[in-house]
Design a protein around this ligand. Structure first.
Ligand code: ATR
Length: 277
């Protein structure tokens, strides 16, 4: 029996066991995937003991992604670019790490809005945390012409832009610019916590937005955030946050269990039922 798990602190909210459990059953694999609450000060020893625990690897969620990156013996380019890891596996006794959030976001975006790329209009990222970093890397890899990062704390946006300096045209803008960014952005991505259940709203106004602007949110509870609902109201193409969660799980499952799994409408339904959407 092959065993994997997801670690985080706290971990109760994680939907990863639903996703991997669905695939294990679907592909008839003798395996298990559980949640494990691991405190930050216990994360390093947990990761160094994967083999003794009988684990093929694990997913890593908040707030342990940076620790996983630091502990890994070998990081693939996705983890190196983001400086954080969410997928861990063992190879020849060594800890290998990847960051599949980039893959998850870009795959979902390309499936939902295949024509998203514009030759001369910028992509706007709202937020400058770890998720923004992963998505920034994805857009740079995809060769976008310009990325503008808007964050409440501008200094964090400037630091993020600086980190990716030399890889493309990327800069920080003013947080206030978000209100009308639909007029000039090709794609807008919310990576902040605003729009989550119980949090405030972003206050983006799509009244005079370009009809070709694509609006994405990585928040998936609720599935239709106020940002997405407003964008839809003005007829814009929207991309929800659930697809990123589903697609980011694919590479890990393949590593541990040896089958490249498929993200299906049935899987999406399964997770939606858990969210209560
Ligand atoms: P993650 O690593 O998951 O992306 P994070 O590092 O905690 O999460 O980042 C959260 C993001 O949401 C940040 O960009 C944060 O802005 P600040 O850098 O100014 O803190 C943003 N955010 C959280 N609450 C916010 C609020 N009330 N208004 C505006 N932005 C907010």
């Amino acid at each position: 029996m092959i065993k994997a798990c997801v670690i985080g602190w706290p971990i109760e909210h994680s939907r990863s066991p639903i996703i991997h459990g669905y695939w294990l059953k679907k592909y008839g694999i003798d395996g298990s995937y559980e949640k494990r609450a691991v405190a930050p000060d216990a994360a390093e020893s947990f990761l160094r003991n994967l083999e003794q625990e009988g684990l093929a690897g694990c997913n890593v969620t908040v707030p342990l992604k940076e620790i996983a990156f630091a502990v890994a013996d070998h990081c693939d380019p996705s983890a190196l670019a983001v400086k954080a890891a969410n997928t861990i596996w063992l190879e020849d006794g060594k800890i290998h790490a990847a960051n599949t959030d980039t893959y998850g976001f870009m795959t979902h975006l390309s499936l939902e809005a295949p024509g998203w790329k514009h030759p001369d209009k910028p992509v706007v990222l709202l937020g400058a945390g770890g998720a923004a970093r992963a998505i920034c890397h994805g857009f740079l890899e995809a060769g976008v012409s310009e990325i503008i990062i808007l964050n409440r704390t501008k200094e964090r946006a400037e630091n993020l832009a600086k980190d990716f300096e030399g890889r493309g045209n990327i800069r920080a803008g003013d947080w206030g610019d978000r209100v009308r960014c639909g007029e000039w952005a090709s794609v807008i991505v919310n990576t902040t916590t605003l729009g989550m259940k119980g949090e405030g709203d972003l206050g983006v106004d799509f009244f005079s937005a370009d009809p070709d602007c694509v609006v994405c949110d990585i928040v998936y509870v609720p599935l239709e955030t106020k940002l997405l609902a407003e964008a839809k109201r003005y007829g814009l193409k929207t991309v929800d946050g659930l697809g990123m969660l589903l697609h980011q799980a694919v590479p890990g499952f393949e590593r541990w269990f040896g089958v490249r799994p498929e993200v299906t409408p049935e899987l999406r339904q399964r997770v939606l039922a858990d969210i209560g959407a």
